[in-house]
Write a new protein. Structure first.
Length: 118
């Protein structure tokens, strides 16, 4: 199973970016999906998750109203639309997936760097 994240880059505060994560070797059927990030000197945190069962989305308080997670099952791709970006959103963003009965994410992408300048 491989997850390939892309779409990161250098943007200015207030700009938008869309991250993509394409999966190979697994379909998204029965898999929860998530985006996580790790800023320099900080621990990795959950940004947005999407459950297979019920299609429930959860967002970190810091990104609510600005970020949107979505999935395209036909393309085996999960997206993170990021609007109104702030310098504090600067981090390496990782996509991840887990079988819906598992408690921990066990498939991880390689990460894509998002840098937001003020």
């Amino acid at each position: 199973v491989q997850l390939q994240a892309s779409g990161g880059g250098l943007v200015q505060a207030g700009d938008s970016l869309r991250l993509s994560c394409a999966a190979s070797g697994v379909t998204f059927n029965r898999y929860d999906l998530g985006w996580f990030r790790q800023a320099p000197g900080k621990e990795r945190e959950s940004v947005a998750t999407f459950t297979w069962r019920g299609g429930i989305t959860n967002y970190a308080d810091s990104v609510k109203g600005r970020f949107t997670i979505s999935r395209n099952n036909a393309k085996n791709t999960v997206y993170l639309q990021m609007n109104s970006l702030k310098p504090e959103d600067t981090a390496v963003y990782y996509c991840a997936s887990k079988y819906f009965t598992r408690s921990e994410y066990h498939y991880w992408g390689q990460g894509t760097l998002v840098t937001v300048s003020s």
